[in-house]
Ligand binder design. Structure first.
Ligand code: FAD
Length: 457
């Protein structure tokens, strides 16, 4: 029997979980991730049925030396939820959700999506803040930090994390919280999948019976862009915003003559009373005559834009933080976007602050608490030949906006060198993470991620 067959028959014999291998009818589907252009062929994909099987797969990977990738929602930009020739531990069956409205807490399986959680909690008028997209996994999103529509009101997703159940590299299932394994709890709040596989997360739920917000599309002139960011930073912390400066998509609510014109495509969420919400949104409506104004009272889950099932874009992107988007930076953004002919190109701006900034930088492994504005630059491309040109564009664009803040957000990093990963973990954060890595994963079994090697400092 070949080594490959031996591994597969061992897995099949030892696990309660489904094991999918090349040739199985759903193998191609099972190895598809959100981003296109990521073509890796694992020798086995295990749809883990329970934490016991998670531990068994971890131990098998250790014994055989096979590469182990862990898949949550499959949205990693770097394709970290796949392995070429190794084993994928696919957590999508771990999607149990227990909401406890009395205690305002929830236990959620490590393979659940943000959308499924948000919908179920929303039915009770409750919410935990994840990101802007329902199909993203709570696993990867939470472990990297989590910046979304409630960031200024309730902080990062990790600020709402109360505990986690983690299977570490030795196959043990540990509870990590402020009292038990506090260093592991610190490390998984920002340090990604480096320390183990989280089979369950316990989150705080907030009462969010309704919000005022939704979509606002404005013309993308430099004064509007700079004014938008100034208003977002001055807004009460109930209000979080995401402004995408991009060519207007051909959506039915966008007038045809605007299709392809640069716009500020913004999503806003004011998690407060209706009248306070209207007041908080007023400055944005005054920036220019809106092209589309769909701001209104709604439930929180309604703000999530419906997604297409089989959408797998290929893209190049840069993540960064900046201190300001003033008029001259806004001019730079407009001229860079105008100079590209990529069919989809975007400068996404998120004003931070509020509850996220009130947590001390050393309290979790996400240390960018003082960062003012998160920027994500991206260009989509269709053929591999285009990639070089798009890459140069995005990289020059990022250089033109770079300011004092040299940090990056790990969850928006693509394939990255150790030096780039370090910029996600400034100051003493890196050394503290490396120490936690030595304790919980000394052989670097969990290395298909933005890796923090256990090597001595
Ligand atoms: P995966 O590719 O499955 O996993 C990503 C990494 O996390 C891998 O290294 C994986 O091994 C590890 N991992 C996943 N689950 C677990 C687990 N349970 N235990 C241990 N390790 C695990 N981020 C934001 O903060 N805010 C946003 O608004 C936001 N919007 C996004 C929108 C889109 C369309 C996309 C593609 C990404 C967005 N992101 C956002 C980034 C997102 O948070 C990261 O891509 C994140 O890593 C995705 O998690 P995942 O579980 O879906 O991905």
């Amino acid at each position: 029997m070949s080594v490959q067959n031996e591994v597969v028959s061992h897995l099949r014999g030892a696990l309660n979980s489904r094991v999918i291998v090349p040739g199985d009818k759903d193998y191609e589907q099972a190895r598809t991730v959100f981003y296109g252009g990521i073509d890796r062929r694992p020798q086995a994909i295990v749809r883990a049925a329970d934490p016991g099987d998670v531990a068994r797969v971890i131990l098998l990977a250790r014994q055989t030396g096979l590469e182990l990738a862990v898949r949550g929602g499959g949205h990693s930009f770097a394709g970290h939820s796949l392995s070429d020739g190794g084993i994928v531990l696919d957590l999508r069956e771990l999607r149990d959700l227990q909401l406890d409205p009395g205690r305002r807490t929830a236990w959620a399986g490590g393979g659940l999506t943000a959308g499924a959680y948000t919908k179920a909690a929303g039915e009770l008028g409750l919410a935990t803040g994840f990101g802007d997209t329902g199909s993203v996994g709570i696993g990867g999103l939470t472990l990297g930090g989590g910046v979304g529509y409630l960031v200024r009101k309730y902080g990062l997703t990790i600020d709402q994390l109360l505990a986690a159940e983690v299977v570490t590299a030795d196959g043990q299932l540990l509870r990590a919280d402020e009292d038990e394994h506090p260093e592991l709890f610190w490390a998984i709040r920002g340090g990604g999948g480096n320390f183990g596989v989280v089979t369950r997360f316990q989150f705080r739920l907030h009462e969010v019976p309704s919000i005022v917000g939704g979509m606002l599309i404005l013309p993308a002139t430099p004064p509007v862009i700079a004014g938008f960011i100034a208003a977002a930073e001055a807004a009460p912390e109930e209000l979080s915003t995401i402004a995408n400066i991009m060519p207007a998509p051909p959506m039915p609510m966008v007038p045809a003559e605007q299709h392809g014109q640069l716009v500020v495509f913004a999503l806003l969420v004011c998690a407060g009373q209706a009248d306070a919400g209207e007041r908080a949104l007023a400055p944005f409506r005054k920036l220019a005559a809106p092209i589309v104004d769909m701001l209104r009272p709604m439930t929180y889950p309604e703000v999530f834009v419906p997604e297409e099932g089989e959408y797998h874009p290929t893209a190049v992107a840069r993540t960064m933080f900046v201190d300001t988007i003033d008029r001259s930076r806004a001019e730079e953004i407009v001229s860079r976007l105008e100079a590209s002919d990529a069919p989809v190109r975007v400068a996404q701006l998120r004003a931070l602050g509020g509850a996220m900034a009130s947590v001390p930088a050393a309290a979790t492994a996400f240390a960018h608490r003082a960062s003012r504005i998160m920027v994500n630059l991206a260009a989509f491309y269709e053929s591999p030949e285009e990639q070089v040109e798009r890459e140069a564009w995005v990289s020059d664009f990022a250089a033109s906006l770079q300011q004092r803040d040299q940090g990056v957000y790990v969850n928006f990093l693509g394939e990255a060198s150790e030096a780039q990963v370090r910029t996600a973990y400034p100051g003493s954060t890196w050394d503290r993470l490396a120490a936690a890595k030595r304790r919980y994963d000394p052989t670097n079994l969990f290395r298909v991620n933005h890796n923090i090697p256990p090597a001595s400092p």
